[in-house]
Design a protein around this ligand. Structure first.
Ligand SMILES: NC(=O)c1ccc[n+]([C@@H]2O[C@H](COP(=O)([O-])OP(=O)(O)OC[C@H]3O[C@@H](n4cnc5c(N)ncnc54)[C@H](OP(=O)(O)O)[C@@H]3O)[C@@H](O)[C@H]2O)c1
Length: 231
């Protein structure tokens, strides 16, 4: 595996899709650099998946914290081959006129600024090294809308826009895509679609099916809005 071993940076590695992708990559011999906010989960991950994997408690919405994380990771020589910009929040379901100002700020801070912070902190090292792929998690709600998820839709439409511009800026052979994972039974889905979630595919099955496809992404995909949907 060593000559094909990749270093994959994953935000939101403590549960859901990010967690399952991390577990599957580690099983396959790749190196995972992960973050989330739940310190006990990160400690448990660190004690099970030891170096060269590395896990840190980092709030992606905190630009300084992301910069500090990037310094640690890049100083250790772990320039990502793939960034899986996955960390995100779902809003409390409500019509837009009832969304509190601080909830709207929190959504934008994590789902949009979080992605921008990771791009700013890590992509220059990937450009310098001359390779790498950025995958920004979008959603069906990045190209369509439903009632009561306005804040989430706003952030995922933003991800589609940010990704398109980044793709036009990255020098070849680097690439960037927006990726909608379909509907996956995670805490997030149970928050917004509780009746549907239990009948949906779990994140482990999603990761088993799509991890190799993620690793195969390259310049030919640059700027695409992809949908990796099971079932
Ligand atoms: N599940 C679906 O059906 C579905 C559909 C469309 C798109 N998506 C997208 O897929 C991605 C993963 O979703 P999921 O369903 O796996 O969600 P999830 O189960 O709720 O997991 C979200 C992850 O993000 C982390 N996170 C949240 N805020 C963070 C912050 N400020 N800093 C760092 N990490 C943070 C969480 O960890 P901590 O709490 O430890 O921080 C957790 O590990 C998201 O971008 C989501 O929008 C999911």
């Amino acid at each position: 595996m060593s000559e094909t071993r990749r270093t994959v940076l994953i935000t939101g590695v403590t549960r859901g899709i990010g967690r399952s992708v991390a577990e599957r990559l580690a099983e396959d011999g790749h190196v995972v650099v992960g973050c989330g906010r739940s310190a006990p989960v990160l400690e448990a991950l660190s004690s099970r998946l030891k170096a060269p994997h590395r896990f840190a408690a980092v709030d992606v919405g905190d630009a300084e914290a992301v910069d500090g994380w990037a310094r640690d990771v890049l100083d250790a020589g772990a320039v990502p081959d793939l960034i899986f910009n996955n960390a995100a929040l779902m809003n409390e379901l409500a019509p837009m006129w009832k969304v509190p100002a601080d909830e709207m700020e929190r959504m934008l801070r994590v789902n949009v600024l979080g992605v921008a912070n990771v791009v700013r902190a890590f992509v220059p090292a990937m450009i310098e090294r001359g390779r790498g792929v950025v995958v920004n998690l979008s959603s069906g709600w990045g190209s369509s809308t439903s009632p009561e998820v306005g804040p989430y839709c706003a952030t995922k439409y933003a991800i589609e826009g940010l990704t398109g511009s980044l793709a036009q800026e990255l020098p070849a052979p680097l690439a960037c895509v927006a990726l909608s994972p379909g509907v996956v039974d995670t805490e997030m889905l149970r928050q917004c679609l509780p009746d549907l979630a239990p009948s949906c595919v779990g994140p482990e099955a999603w990761a088993d099916r799509y991890v190799d496809d993620l690793l195969a992404l390259g310049r030919a995909d640059n700027g695409r809005s992809l949908r990796f949907e099971l079932g």
